[in-house]
Write a protein of this length. Structure first.
Length: 162
């Protein structure tokens, strides 16, 4: 008499003839599905982040780094993300931000240069002042909506029904 085959949940049959599924996850698949990692690898490809910064953030060993570079699906995902970032303007904004950060140093050198034209020095002072402004004057005015509900506990009139 043959024993009936177990039809329950895989991995919970204690008989000898059932093998348990592999519990070791596929590392490249898990990393490939991580959208933040794909974005960081894209920023590395665009020279917006260094290899050491990406590897440190994600704690990637040399072996894992080489494995990721050899994964065609991951490379395709990074290229798709790169195209999306170019089309959305994200790459341009990040590149511009890296260059604009150097602006205050340039303005300060113009301001401190005694050989510079006085008008240029004053303009650089004004530009630095506007960059440094973070008080209420720098805040943009916003629209305000006030909703007031009054309850006078009186009987409603028939005017609103007309």
């Amino acid at each position: 008499m043959a024993t009936p085959k177990y039809t329950g949940v895989p991995g919970f049959d204690v008989s000898d003839d059932v093998t348990t599924p592999n519990s070791v996850p596929d590392l490249t698949r898990a990393l490939r599905e991580n959208s933040e990692l794909v974005r960081d690898l894209c920023r590395y490809a665009e020279n917006l982040a260094s290899e050491s910064a990406v590897r440190k953030k994600w704690r990637l060993s040399e072996e894992t780094w080489e494995l990721l570079g050899a994964d065609d699906e991951l490379v395709r995902a990074v290229e798709e993300e790169r195209t999306r970032r170019v089309r959305s303007g994200a790459t341009k904004r990040e590149l511009a931000q890296q260059h604009v950060v150097r602006g205050p140093n340039v303005l300060a050198s113009i301001m401190d240069d005694p050989r510079a034209n006085a008008r240029h020095r004053v303009d650089s002072i004004k530009a630095l002042d506007s960059l440094a402004a973070n008080g209420p004057e720098a805040a943009t005015e916003q629209e305000r909506f006030v909703i007031r509900i009054e309850d006078d506990h009186s009987e409603p009139s028939d005017e609103w029904r007309r």
